[in-house]
Ligand binder design. Structure first.
Ligand code: ADP
Ligand code: ZN
Ligand code: ZN
Length: 753
């Protein structure tokens, strides 16, 4: 009897959101059949938590009296596929985390809350208007029954109306619907709506699509012809119509396979509306819920609904920011990563993954094409293409007839000063003149400055006092409209002092300038211009960025001033002038990627000019007009810049020619953080793989103290990715046993060093 019981015993191995890289065993005694990929509620310590079943077995190495039982299982949600779990496992392995730390946070919050499972998967109810009802309604309604009429109209407008939605239309809607059912006018249906997978008519009518340029056509043909893992680097100058290439590739796929799914990644939430609108217009034949978005700005309900649409295969196109790379997409057949060079694809906390790199992995795993698009590809991707690992597709000219790349002019600030030419608060004479000329012609201008706030420094001339953050080793930024001093590192805020807190001098003055100050200057320097500022401060409220960008598109703005938020991807039709302020600081950064980033940013922002056929002009104010980076920019010479920068990286043995990882530590004191890193370095030395790894000295971060925590890092470098991985993996137990810091984290392929 006992033997028989043991034979029938079932155990599950479960991944939990916990730093230990192990699975946790539980007894399984519930009625539904367990399967890998299903979610369970299990006791853990004194709490219940949600976990993911990774294995179902008939035995466990854990002693029977130590094993606890699964409390609940969510079997109405289809299991997460083997491929999805393998993706999570790869990300966990590569980025040095536990499987559960990757898999569970990748799920929408609602799924991780067992109390909501029943409601999430409650059978959906829908009302359907029957032919008898269609004939009788709305004539049967009293003339003044407008609420009932709305209900009838809603039923008539779609094949099936969600019951919750219908009942919410009118307080008596339920009773009315019951009555209509008894009359045989409507039917109540339950159960999930079955997706209609019959081959639909073609989604798009080729005759109505814009005529592709030969380069676009070639790119589309290459992508649609791909059958296996095929990474493409779509290098297209700004305005070359990369979006159109994506749209055609999507159409080719969706028309050919009625169940295929595509994933399109964009670097920023603000770019999703533009793409979503393009997809909805182009693929109007798709049902509404076949195109879904995924980003951190979604309300929770929407997030889980969209996630489930992807997971069940109902969603055909998923458009999202980096987190969407971990969506469950059982029929994924194409991945597009737009603006692939953008640092925003790298998550900077928790699981520090690169969505672009995971996209490559995922495409390889599923043997499908992946398209990385950019006007300024990352040097990593460019190097892959150089070696023939990625297929390069080139769009060398702008798509709109007559649109050419803008002319780039460097304004030498030293020379302006020497010649005694007037400038207004940092805006040079030539730039102001050009701005005025645009205003006269009713064209738009864009002024780019990568610093928000009014002034980065508030200081006292008399005693040298500078306003600093009490919690960070950083100055606080003056925000004039908000009348505050703000720390951009920890969020600390205070009122602007009326006099110097050290010496009482009332003449404390802002130094340097941010977007708010430039906005103020522009209003007086270009009289009559409608100036709009777009940066993280002016777009704090949900939806406000969208509203501001619409104003620009609607022509209600003459001069748009902003940070990198305005530089990316937007297709502004009427911008003919781009002014760049204060770019020089990045030329001399200690970060070896700073010039690559600056070049990309300036090329992106320059690319906003002259997109519709009117000639565009870019003016860069600089003290270093002879700098090679600016010269390459003026020639629109990404290829030259990329090749020379890669040559420098090869000489200096920097990525992509070596692989890097960082160990970051945060301590109560800098000494604690540094001591931890030194011990960590000593622990690494004897481990497998470590003999091939160069370990640099532990150093404080540039802004060493943030929120009263001191930060330092240790850089590791290795010519072999595999050896670095081996060493990092072997290092984990030692790191976990070290004490003395508040937090530590390993970052693989760091972007900021
Ligand atoms: P990119 O993303 O490469 O900077 P976009 O995809 O935003 O460029 O396209 C730039 C502009 O060119 C858009 O207004 C788009 O509608 C237009 N466009 C794209 N392809 C074509 C084409 N084949 N013919 C005419 N206009 C096109
Ligand atoms: Zn003072
Ligand atoms: Zn601070």
């Amino acid at each position: 009897m006992r033997a028989a019981q043991r034979m029938n015993a079932v155990f599950v191995r479960v991944a939990l959101d916990h730093p230990l890289p192990t699975l946790f065993d539980y007894r399984y005694e519930l009625a539904p059949v367990p399967a890998p990929g299903l979610l369970v509620r299990v006791p853990f310590g004194r709490r219940d938590v949600v976990g993911l079943i990774c294995e179902v077995t008939s035995q466990s190495d854990v002693p029977a009296d130590k094993l606890r039982a699964v409390a609940a299982i969510c079997d109405s949600c289809a299991p997460l596929s083997d491929e999805w779990r393998a993706l999570a496992a790869f990300a966990a392995e590569y980025y040095q985390r536990g499987l559960g730390e990757v898999a569970l946070p990748a799920l929408p919050q609602a799924l991780r809350d067992p109390s909501r499972w029943a409601r999430l998967f409650a059978p959906e109810e829908r009302y359907r208007l029957l032919p008898a009802g269609r004939a009788a309604l709305p004539d049967a309604l009293p003339a003044r029954a407008s609420a009932l009429r709305r209900l009838a109209d809603a039923l008539a407008a779609q094949p099936a109306l969600a019951a919750a939605e219908a009942r919410a239309l009118h307080p008596k809607a339920s009773a009315t619907l019951d009555e209509w059912r008894s009359l045989g006018w409507v039917a109540l249906e339950t159960g999930p709506e079955t997706p209609d997978l019959a081959q639909p008519p073609a989604l798009t009518d080729d005759a109505l699509l814009p005529h592709l340029t030969p380069e676009q056509q070639q790119a589309v043909d290459s992508i649609t012809a791909a059958r296996d893992f095929a990474p493409f680097l779509l290098h297209g100058v700004t305005g070359s119509g990369k979006t159109e290439v994506y749209l055609h590739a999507l159409a080719g796929l969706l028309n050919a396979r009625p169940d295929a799914q595509a994933l399109v990644l964009v670097p920023e939430i603000n770019l999703t509306p533009q793409f979503e609108a393009a997809f909805r217009t182009r693929f109007a034949a798709l049902p509404e819920n076949a195109i879904v978005t995924m980003h951190s700005g979604l309300a929770e309900g929407e997030r889980v609904r969209n996630w489930l649409a992807a997971h069940t295969g109902r969603a055909r196109i998923v458009l999202g920011t980096r987190l969407a790379i971990l969506a469950s997409l059982p029929k994924l057949a194409l991945i597009v990563v737009d603006e692939e060079h953008d640092p925003a694809y790298k998550q900077q906390e928790g699981l520090r993954y690169s969505a672009r790199d995971l996209a490559i992995y995922r495409a390889k795993q599923l043997a499908i094409p992946v398209v990385l698009g950019s006007a300024t590809p990352s040097l990593e991707s460019w190097w892959q293409a150089d070696q023939g690992r990625y297929t390069r597709l080139t769009l060398s000219r702008r798509a709109v007839a007559d649109a050419v790349l803008p002319s780039v002019k460097l304004i030498d600030l030293e020379e302006e000063r020497r010649r005694g030419r007037a400038s207004i608060e940092g805006l040079s004479g030539p730039l102001v003149t050009a701005l005025k000329a645009r205003l006269e012609r009713s064209e738009q201008s864009l002024v780019f400055l990568n610093r928000r706030g009014y002034a980065p420094i508030l200081s006292c001339d008399a005693c040298g006092w500078v306003a600093g953050c009490p919690r960070c080793s950083a100055y606080v930024v003056l925000h004039k409209p908000e009348r505050t001093l703000r720390c951009h590192h920890c969020g600390w805020e205070s009122r602007i002092p009326k006099s110097c807190p050290d010496c009482g001098n009332v003449d404390i003055a802002p130094m340097g300038r941010g977007t708010q100050r430039v906005e103020e200057t522009l209003a007086s320097a270009v009289p009559g211009a409608r100036v709009l500022r777009i940066d993280a401060d002016s777009t704090r409220r949900k939806g406000s960025a969208q509203a501001l960008f619409s104003d620009v598109h609607a022509g209600e703005v003459d001069i748009l001033v902003g940070t990198q938020m305005i530089a990316k991807g937007h297709d502004f039709q009427r911008v003919t002038l781009v002014g760049v302020l204060n770019a020089d600081t990045a030329l001399f950064s200690h970060d070896f990627r700073a010039s690559e980033r600056l070049f990309a940013q300036l090329m992106q922002v320059s690319g906003r000019a002259g997109r519709s056929g009117l000639p565009g002009e870019v003016m860069i104010q600089t003290r270093y007009p002879r700098h090679a980076l600016y010269h390459a920019l003026a020639r629109h010479d990404y290829v030259g810049f990329a090749n020379s920068t890669l040559a420098e990286r090869r000489d200096a043995q920097l990525p992509p020619f070596v692989y890097q990882a960082l160990l970051r530590a945060e301590g109560r004191t800098l000494e604690a953080a540094l001591a931890f890193l030194q011990q960590a370095a000593a622990a690494l030395a004897p481990l497998p793989g470590a003999d091939r790894v160069t370990v640099y000295d532990a150093v404080p971060l540039t802004v060493v103290k943030v929120f009263n925590v001191h930060r330092a890092q240790l850089l590791l470098e290795c010519a072999s990715r595999a050896a670095l991985q081996t060493a990092l993996r072997a290092w984990q137990p030692a790191l976990r046993s070290l004490k003395g810091v508040l937090r530590w984290a390993v970052e693989v392929d760091p972007l900021d060093i």
